[in-house]
Design a protein around this ligand. Structure first.
Ligand SMILES: Nc1ncnc2c1ncn2[C@@H]1O[C@H](COP(=O)(O)OP(=O)(O)OP(=O)(O)O)[C@@H](O)[C@H]1O
Ligand SMILES: [Mg+2]
Length: 253
């Protein structure tokens, strides 16, 4: 381990502001440390991060959950320890590994009843899996509730992403308020994305209680990668990568 304690980023913000792109660039930067181990978690049911990283998902945590629930309906009752070891095994099976990067997709939110026990067991397993890595990046769905309920209650860095719009800033203010109640985190910071120019920052009504860690100007290279469906892990050292690097250094990473 490079770090004594796992550094966990949860990347959150309004829909379409660039959460997945920022998560993918953070992942790209972190895996450059060959001695570090990184776990990327796609917590968006639409599974965007896997595409951005060029990773093929065969099984999601939700698939595992469904399998276990189905099994529990047919077979004789299993004791808790057997269920836990089965779940652990299945989650490991759902991990995709590529050098020092591991990837886990959460999949769809639960829809067929609560099965709260299975859900909380899964969360425990994801939590203990995460603690084996130096860095974890969680690409969240639009709100924070889902990260809290389905992935983890404690992260070290809450990375809020917004575009220049008042709507985007409203959403991060709301997420920040909700996170203060629902999550545990050490650091929170804002990354502004898709600005036209640095000067635009002056027009934005920035929150007083969230530090601005960095800004990203709308990036043609990323756009081309998006059009071609290329993995962001191959993105060259241009403005986009440099901007995220700077933001990470403001987060003391
Ligand atoms: N800095 C940027 N420059 C150019 N294009 C960008 C930039 N950031 C994001 N995009 C593009 O904007 C679109 C939305 O980005 P992305 O998927 O990262 O957002 P998101 O917040 O994860 O969206 P969703 O809420 O749907 O998950 C993508 O097509 C992406 O390539
Ligand atoms: Mg996304």
């Amino acid at each position: 381990m490079v770090n004594e304690k796992t550094i966990i980023f949860a990347v959150c913000g309004k829909g379409g502001v660039g959460k997945t792109s920022v998560s993918a660039v953070i992942t790209k930067i972190l895996i450059e440390h060959k001695e570090a181990t990184i776990l990327a978690i796609d917590a968006d049911p639409a599974i965007g991060l896997s595409t951005a990283l060029g990773i093929e998902v065969k099984k999601t945590v939700d698939d595992v959950r469904k399998e276990i629930i189905e099994k529990s309906k047919t077979k004789e009752k299993q004791d808790k320890q057997t269920i836990i070891s089965n779940l652990e095994y299945e989650i490991f099976d759902a991990l995709v590994e590529k050098d020092n990067l591991a990837f886990l997709a959460i999949g769809r939110p639960e829809d067929d009843g609560c099965f709260c026990k299975v859900n909380s067991l899964l969360k425990d397993i994801i939590g203990s899996l995460a603690s084996n890595f130096d860095y974890v990046i969680i690409d969240g769905e639009a709100g924070i509730e889902q990260v809290n309920r389905r992935v983890m209650e404690k992260v070290s860095h809450l990375v809020l992403v917004s575009d220049a719009s008042a709507k985007g800033i409203n959403v991060i203010n709301t997420i920040n308020k909700v996170a203060q109640k629902m999550m545990e985190y050490d650091e929170v910071g804002l990354i502004l994305n898709r600005l036209r120019a640095k000067e635009e920052i002056n027009k934005i009504n920035l929150p007083d209680d969230i530090r601005l860690m960095g800004y990203i100007i709308d990036n043609d290279e990323l756009r081309d990668f998006d059009i071609e469906g290329r993995s962001i892990l191959e993105l060259p050292e241009g403005e986009m990568v440099k901007s995220v690097r700077k933001a990470l250094s403001n987060f003391n990473i």
